[in-house]
Design a protein around this ligand. Structure first.
Ligand code: UD1
Ligand code: UDP
Length: 387
């Protein structure tokens, strides 16, 4: 069989990191059978939201960058679809590989499905059952445009079955006869691979922020429901500032540019007070290896991120999630993730609970064996052998 050509589509920070697991597996084990091309939509473009990951994680560099930048959903997604379509027509890949649930994922799904290129969705089946989330629309549309769907958890696999996907489908697989798989999570592959490197490369972040191992709380916030609603953002950050000061424990906050923008436009007083507080350390986004170091060494994580929530589990840290619901429901059932919405009383009570019990929690292996990328690539090869 001649080599198959896969087009990776990435655009947002977590997708760039996810794609490194696939890129690495192709480089190490599939270079004889798979050629990889990468299209970056340009959804994220600041150095610390994009370039830093290509430098640090040795990811296949983008062969195409659409440079779409930031805009409202319609305009941004439309620009991506237009650019992706041109690349598809020019490159004619054998299949398109999509990650997660961003506008870049949705644009890739629509452009590829309409031109009849098989779509392969990694991180399929996740649902929050909240269609006011842009990501929920993106996930559903992408899953229903796909030929191969790789669900990272039992819950995600069951969600696909509940939406009519049939595990008993047999080859040849097509968009009308798709194949669903229960796999692990490629981000678990990454956490195993990069944890050692993060220790060896040892970012100076702990020293530069004057924080000590197991004596700080790590916070990330970027979701639109929290950043775009000033009342929610104010409630969350005021609660966190009080907890940091009362407990005299540093809270490290590598904030997404969206969060900084919201603070600057409308919550300036709070922003200034936070910057003056000796217990709050706001920083620009950090690299993935630095993030791993922070996650491994903190004593608790507070976040609204999907990826960081899972990494709390990989690195065995209790985690408070600033949302009403999560797609990673096994973590809530396990008691190591607590959903607190933007409710100051709940934030406080779960924080106090974890400060007391945080060391006695269990972290079972929910996310595979660390070789999910290899499994996925093997199955992709089979798709073409069966044709
Ligand atoms: C996007 C994804 C979200 C994912 C997140 C990961 C969608 C709908 N949302 O949200 O699912 O969790 O990425 O981080 O796709 N900005 C910059 N510099 C950048 C990128 C963004 O300043 O490099 C600012 C811009 O003001 C922009 C805002 O952040 O308007 C939001 O960026 P956008 O890509 O639209 O959504 P995210 O919140 O990053
Ligand atoms: N991350 C990072 N630097 C940061 C914040 C997050 O490298 O300053 C990584 C984090 O470790 C995880 C991924 O980005 O692997 C999560 O992305 P994000 O929170 O932006 O999006 P989500 O996972 O919610 O879609």
């Amino acid at each position: 069989m001649s080599k198959i050509k896969l087009l990776n589509i990435v655009g947002a920070r977590p997708q760039i990191i996810k794609s490194s697991a696939i890129s690495r597996a192709i480089r190490l084990n599939f270079s004889d059978s798979i050629t990889e091309l990468t299209l970056h939509t340009g959804q994220h473009y600041d150095r610390e939201m994009s370039e830093v990951f290509f430098d640090e994680l040795e990811i296949h560099r983008p062969d195409f960058n659409l440079g779409v930048g930031s805009a409202h959903h319609g305009r941004q997604t439309a620009a991506m679809i237009t650019g992706i379509e041109e690349v598809l027509l020019q490159e004619k890949p054998d299949a398109v590989l999509l990650y997660g649930d961003t506008n870049s994922t949705l644009a890739g799904a629509i452009a590829a499905a309409k031109l009849h290129f098989p779509v392969i969705h990694i991180e399929a089946g996740l649902r929050s059952f909240n269609k006011t989330m842009p990501e929920e629309i993106n996930r559903i549309m992408s899953d229903h445009s796909s030929t191969l769907l790789f669900a990272p958890t039992n819950a995600a696999f069951k969600n696909l079955i509940n939406e009519g996907f049939r595990p008993e489908n047999s080859p040849p697989y097509t968009i009308d006869n798709p194949k669903i798989y229960l796999t692990g999570d490629i981000m678990y592959d990454n956490s195993l691979f990069f944890a050692g490197l993060a220790e060896r490369k040892k970012s100076p972040i702990l020293e530069s922020m004057s924080i000590e191992k197991n004596k700080f709380v790590l916070v990330t916030i970027h979701r639109d429901i929290n950043t775009d609603d000033k009342n929610r953002l104010n409630a969350i950050l005021s609660a966190l500032k009080s907890l940091a000061e009362e407990n005299r424990i540093p809270f490290v906050m590598p904030f997404h540019p969206r969060t900084i923008n919201s603070l600057k436009s409308g919550l300036n007083n709070l922003f200034e007070e936070m910057k003056l507080s000796p217990w709050i350390r706001i920083t620009p986004p950090v690299s993935y290896l630095t993030m791993i170091l922070l996650e491994k060494n903190c004593n608790m994580i507070i976040t609204d991120s999907g990826g960081v929530q899972k990494e709390s589990h990989f690195f065995r840290k209790p985690c408070i999630v600033l949302r009403r619901e999560t797609e990673w429901i096994e973590l809530v059932a396990n008691g190591t993730v607590k959903l607190v919405d933007a409710n100051p009383a709940m934030i406080r009570s779960e924080f106090d609970g974890f400060m007391q019990s945080g060391n006695n929690l269990e972290y079972p292996g929910f996310y595979g064996d660390g070789k999910t990328a290899e499994f996925i690539l093997n199955e992709i090869l089979l798709l073409f052998e069966r044709r």
